[in-house]
Design a protein around this ligand. Structure first.
Ligand SMILES: C[S@@+](CC[C@H](N)C(=O)[O-])C[C@H]1O[C@@H](n2cnc3c(N)ncnc32)[C@H](O)[C@@H]1O
Length: 362
């Protein structure tokens, strides 16, 4: 197995890979790469998110809501504007999928104006049981909140399923297939075990592949699960807006790059090792291929989205408070300074500001 410098090698406790493989593969010799990724992330016993994996300063990676309260404040403003735009429905059903430990939800619920808050029914959906528990402990009893582990719902519940669905860094965390061009066709990446090590195995792809021919050896992601998730969400009754925040580009942009430039692993706030190392001990993510998503979403950068939601107004005010209070160093001034540094992080074009906000609006 190749372990390029971009992937740090970590090693894992003895016997752990074998245990993981038994849980995932059973008696099979190989599993397709997307099934492997799903196992690494979400297997109920040995998956990263079923163990301790999570976002946050004390977690494995920092997401926009975990940078500080500013992101949630601006999303709350956007949520309120969307409510106005669709005629102030009551109830107003908002669903956040992949809600993690509820940080964005807490901020949105705390920041929307009173009239919107009265109508708001905010559902947090999270597949990771430990994270859902944290979110529940934080938000249980807050007006209008409820929790779930499945989206879209298998059964129609009472009332509208969702007017607005929000997902921050969900699509890049859904399992993805990897194809490798043979020049006149495609092989697909599978995973097997040889002498106690997980290895890459290429097998001819089955079925039609919707991509043009590419030079031999080129790898691309095939994000069937993300596309299906979007399609099923768009089919939800009453849906007016789906908003996904993610790193994203096109398949054509990814194809000329080495695959570790669009597949990233994280662990303890650092880039992790090769995806076949430390299964279940690190996050595995893939840049979202915009052209593989259904419908015709609008796409803006996160920086643009936040400005549209009122970022400049907030930072101008924070600047004023900081300049006036810096000498005194009072709490209000310190909060203003922290808000300014959050704004820089959230709009940094080389970081979170370069994320895409992908929206389907009806
Ligand atoms: C990168 S984390 C982002 C968490 C949070 N949105 C944040 O910004 O901090 C992705 C989250 O999506 C959750 N997730 C993955 N697939 C899911 C699914 N099908 N339904 C609900 N949650 C899912 C994972 O468990 C994980 O908590």
């Amino acid at each position: 197995m190749s372990s390029p410098a971009n992937w740090r090698s970590e090693g894992e406790p003895p016997g752990e890979i074998e245990e993981f493989w038994r849980e995932l593969a059973g008696t099979r010799d190989t599993v397709r790469f997307d099934e492997y990724v799903a196992g690494c992330l979400y297997h109920p016993l040995v998956g990263f998110y079923s163990r301790s994996g999570r976002s946050g300063r004390d977690g494995d990676f920092l997401t926009s809501p975990e940078v500080g309260p500013l992101f949630g404040t601006l999303v709350a403003r956007a949520v309120e504007a969307w409510w106005e735009q669709i005629g102030r429905p009551d109830p107003f059903a908002v669903v956040e999928v992949g809600a993690g430990r509820g940080t964005l939800a807490a901020e949105v619920l705390g920041e929307v104006g009173e009239a919107c808050a009265e109508a708001l029914r905010y559902r947090l959906v999270e597949v990771s049981a430990p994270q859902l528990e944290i979110a529940r402990a934080r938000l249980e009893g807050v007006r209008g909140v409820d929790f779930g582990s499945e989206w879209p719902p298998a059964r129609r519940t009472v009332g509208p399923a969702a007017h607005v669905v929000i997902a921050n860094e969900l699509l890049d965390n859904l399992a993805f297939r990897v194809l490798q061009s043979t020049g006149d066709g495609w092989d697909e990446l599978h995973v097997g075990m040889v002498d106690g090590e997980l290895v890459e195995i290429l097998l001819p792809v089955t079925g039609e592949v919707p991509f043009p021919r590419l030079p031999p050896g080129v790898r691309i992601p095939w994000q069937v699960e993300a596309a299906t998730w979007v399609e099923r969400t768009l089919a939800v009754e009453g849906l007016r807006r789906l908003v996904c925040f993610d790193y994203a580009r096109t398949t054509a942009e990814m194809a000329p790059r080495r695959w570790w430039e669009w597949v990233r692993t994280y662990r303890g706030h650092r880039r992790g090792s090769h995806p076949l190392e430390s299964p279940g001990r690190q996050d595995i993510t893939c840049d979202v291929a915009l052209d593989q998503l259904p419908g015709r979403p609008t796409v803006v950068t996160q920086a643009e989205f936040l400005r549209e939601a009122g970022l400049d107004e907030i930072t101008a005010e924070a600047e004023r408070i900081w300049l006036e209070g810096a000498a005194r160093g009072d709490l209000e001034a310190l909060a203003a300074r922290s808000s300014l540094s959050e704004a820089r992080a959230l709009t940094d074009p080389g970081g979170l500001g370069g994320f895409k906000v992908i929206q389907w609006v009806r």
